[in-house]
Design a protein around this ligand. Sequence first.
Ligand SMILES: C[S@@+](CC[C@H](N)C(=O)[O-])C[C@H]1O[C@@H](n2cnc3c(N)ncnc32)[C@H](O)[C@@H]1O
Length: 286
Amino acid sequence: MAKALHPADLEFGNKAADLLLPTENCIDLHHIGVPAFIRYPAVRALLIQFVALLATLILGVFLTLYSGTRVSWWVLVLIQGSVAAGITWRLEMASWWIAIQLLFVPALVVLNTLQWPPYIYLTIFVLLLGLYWSTFRTQVPLYPSGPATWHAVKQVLPAGSFRFVDIGSGMGGLLIDLARKRPDAEFTGVELAPLTWLLSLVRGKLSRSSARFLCRSYEDLNFADFDVVFAYLSPAAMPALWSKARTEMRPGSVLISFEFPVKGIQPGFMVTPRADSDKKLYCWTM
Ligand SMILES: C[S@@+](CC[C@H](N)C(=O)[O-])C[C@H]1O[C@@H](n2cnc3c(N)ncnc32)[C@H](O)[C@@H]1O
């Protein structure tokens, strides 16, 4: 069993802050009888697109019939994007959705004018599917951490041998780096997106890493099998992750979350990997 961590074990100390970062603002649809699938932001965004499209078509027909003016396609496209962005803003979805909603249909129209052959769209679709897979459900996109974070994680690892898992290991950069620096420990990565997992597997083989990479959801793991669980997920994933960690992790084992705290749960200690960034490692010793 790995030794429990304490802030004093760190090479560089960080004071635990009193405040936790707020998670993303969003109207909570869980308690107002909305069907489960509409709770996924991507599904809501698509429905909003259809509503905005319908509203814009009605407006276009109305203007043509009653004022006799033919509104150009481009004006209609911009109106559709603005209506979609307006509804998205009104529903208090995350700010990046507002930009996506504004530009979605205009981007489709521009792509259509390029007249690319269909296989290009199919290739892009398959690549994005392989890399992002069920991001619409998990709300955790592929977004790799970097060397400063890997270095900070290394500083909080226990002495002696231990079992470490990166839940959502992405392209495998963190694990390959740590496995090289801590040959006395066992490193496992689980990744849901098949192409992302394949890339991490190939990278691991090419660099002769001892880290192993599994293509599966961390929801299917038993966290009791690990001494350190590392997560770089998203605010949306944190409540379920915390509940799983509390249920399964053994006393003395450590949960580390990069960038995302658990709302209302004070971490045991925090580490700031980069002086020019607020992003932290939030660490809880169970
Ligand atoms: C923000 S990236 C972090 C990548 C990596 N841990 C790093 O530090 O570079 C999150 C990754 O988690 C993956 N993911 C999301 N939900 C998952 C799940 N339930 N099980 C396994 N992987 C998941 C995503 O596909 C994505 O590659």
